[in-house]
Design a binder for this molecule. Sequence first.
Ligand SMILES: [Zn+2]
Length: 106
Amino acid sequence: MSKKTLIQLQKLLDHMTYYNSMAPFPVFDTDYVKEIENKIIKMKEDKTNYDEEPVLACRYCNNLHIVVDDVDNNICFRCNSVNEIQEFKTIFEWEEKENKRKSNNR
Ligand SMILES: [Zn+2]
């Protein structure tokens, strides 16, 4: 069984943990980092195959890291676009777009 969704989440967590450790004060909200950490632990424990679940990403930069604010706006953590969300049937579909995006940037 593939664990692509988990790998992406783990990457995000590593990224945030790294920047928080480099900066004199946390760049990313430490409660939020903890929340992601707990989510990964829960996902590892349960039997759901998350790679079969739909994923949401930013329409512009294809970032999977979407934060929901207090009034239910979906905000892209990378480019700050608001409610510009694209849904993919699975992480594999997302990955296809991501690979295309990367090769276009080269
Ligand atoms: Zn974005």
